[in-house]
Design a protein around this ligand. Structure first.
Ligand SMILES: Nc1nc2c(ncn2[C@@H]2O[C@H](COP(=O)(O)OP(=O)(O)OP(=O)(O)O)[C@@H](O)[C@H]2O)c(=O)[nH]1
Ligand SMILES: [Mg+2]
Length: 501
């Protein structure tokens, strides 16, 4: 290798299997070498790739790029052969460390002349892998559950990124993903092709190796080329916030209509992201666990997806018509309708339960409600209304999802009064309320009277409580029926005004 390198004036590298068999020979430039995409070489169950890299160098030893390649590709080890006058000088070897040593995730071995190398590569790698397993055993309970690192790449403020990240964490929890850590990178400008800098990517790879992560969840919507720029260099699955939300919806939808809508949204999201490389496709469509349009559809091509979308559209239209008939029957009876709207987890379902003494699902979980529910409600002053609960809103609501749920949201057009439930115990409530009201404006629903309800007052300190009480709207605690008196009064007054009575 030294002789050839010197003759060609280029680096030469070998990727070698544990068995000693050479996987590929790489000819680089004078000062760098590029490892081919290895997606077809799977990690054999272990943590390391089962391949090591040995390459020549005209420099003085290992450089950052070597460590980076080793970390991103989980190479067994990397050795750099320095040369003098066309002859081998030293072999400089590094391998990944199961636990950081002096703050570093890799270990540099003493340099030796290749002829004096006494270390058995195979023994070293096997001992290393045992150590990785000992440090973080792959527990049975982990199996089937995704282990993720959350990543946010933003040009915005730190506080904004933190807020959004806290929400992403909640979304991950709702999807049943174990969150191991989070990384926020602020950049002046986001590169359209590479979402992360190389250095940051390496940091994340080392982290994922140490924590045993198999999934990266980005807080930003990623373009297909951005996804590929990460998946080409790593063997982690990559999804973005939108896909996470779609996955949650897919696992929660109960009604036939809900299921149809969500499948439609998933397919529409997937379509432009299909690539010719089916490997990238498998990572894209995998989603969380194996839910959604997953593995079984791997081989489906665009045309078949389009067919499916067309069929879903027809079915949805039919279901929509049925619902229209139901709705017009209700309209004929002329019962006024109150619709609860609000950010996800604000307490809409809880309020409906307390108001109507029912028992629909309400829990501390984003998107607990997906399918709209209606109940009858008798006001104290003998007025009967129908009250409906709807799916919660969220910032950066995926456009595909909004479109898919258009028909569900259409129910809102029937409302005579919208009740906007706001969780004032959430530090980001002002922003959340703005997201909701913006969306209402976008859906042209701002012509319907709106009553703001400040919920979870019980969780506030007296000072903030006093502040909230001075604002326009009513302050309640949806868990406590006795706090709802003012709500009844205002809601009824607004309804009567609306109905001209
Ligand atoms: N302390 C307190 N907790 C509340 C109050 N209202 C609701 N919660 C809790 O907030 C959580 C979310 O309530 P839900 O009623 O499921 O919220 P939602 O708006 O229907 O949420 P999604 O359906 O997920 O959009 C639950 O754990 C409720 O118990 C309240 O007034 N005080
Ligand atoms: Mg709910």
């Amino acid at each position: 290798m030294a002789a050839l390198s010197t003759e060609l004036n280029r680096q030469i590298g070998l990727l070698i299997h544990r068995s000693g068999q050479v996987e590929s020979v790489i000819v680089g430039d004078y000062d760098r070498i590029v490892i081919p995409v290895l997606s077809h070489v799977r990690t054999a169950g272990g943590r390391l790739r089962g391949l090591r890299l040995v390459h020549t160098s005209f420099g003085s030893g290992l450089i950052d790029e070597d460590i980076m390649d080793m970390a991103c590709l989980r190479l067994d080890l990397v050795s750099v052969l320095t040369m003098e006058d066309g002859l081998p000088e030293f072999l400089h070897t590094a391998h990944l460390a199961p636990v950081p040593v002096a703050g570093r995730d890799w270990i540099l071995l003493d340099s030796v002349h290749p002829a004096r190398q006494t270390l058995s590569c195979r023994d070293l790698i096997e001992a290393l892998e045992d150590e990785f397993v000992r440090v973080r055993p792959v527990r049975e309970v982990d199996q089937g559950q995704d282990r993720a690192i959350l990543v946010s790449v933003t040009t915005g403020s730190r506080a904004g990124a933190d807020d959004s990240m806290a929400e992403l964490r909640e979304l991950a929890r709702a999807a049943g993903v174990v969150v191991l850590d989070q990384v926020i990178q602020r950049r002046r400008k986001i590169h359209p092709r590479f979402i992360l800098g190389r250095g940051k990517l390496m940091e994340i790879m080392l982290l994922s190796l140490r924590l045993g992560a198999n999934l990266l969840i980005f807080d930003q919507e990623l373009s297909p080329s951005q996804i590929r720029s990460v998946t080409d260099h790593t063997d982690l699955r990559v999804i973005d916030r939108t896909q996470l939300i779609l996955d949650i919806f897919a696992s929660r939808a109960r009604s036939r209509e809900g299921k149809l809508q969500i499948e439609m949204a998933q397919l529409k999201y997937m379509l432009p992201r299909l690539s010719t490389r089916d490997d990238a496709l498998s990572r894209l469509t995998g989603g969380i666990g194996a839910r959604g349009p997953g593995e079984t559809r791997l081989e489906i091509d665009r045309r078949r997806i389009n067919d499916r979308i067309a069929r879903l559209a027809r079915e949805l239209k039919k279901v929509g018509q049925e619902r229209f008939h139901r709705r017009s029957r209700r309209r004929k009876r002329d019962v006024p309708v109150i619709s609860l709207v609000g950010y996800t987890n604000a307490g809409k379902s809880t309020l409906l339960n307390t108001l109507t003494r029912s028992d629909i699902q309400a829990e501390d979980m984003l998107f607990a409600t997906l399918d709209p529910t209606s109940r009858r409600l008798r006001f104290p002053q003998d007025m009967e209304v129908i009250i409906t609960d709807t799916v919660g809103f969220i910032r950066n609501l995926p456009a595909e999802l909004l479109k898919a749920f258009e028909s569900t949201l259409e129910e809102l057009f029937e409302a005579n009064l919208l009740v906007h439930v706001i969780d004032v115990a959430n530090p980001a409530w002002r922003e959340q309320a703005e997201v909701v009201e913006q969306l209402l404006r976008r859906l042209d629903l701002d012509r319907i009277p709106l009553l703001r309800v400040y919920n979870k007052m019980d969780l506030l300190d007296p000072q903030t409580r006093a502040q909230v009480e001075r604002m326009e709207g009513v302050a309640i605690s949806a868990l406590d029926r006795s706090t709802l008196r003012e709500f009844f009064v205002q809601a009824q007054a607004m309804l009567q005004r609306e109905l001209g009575g």
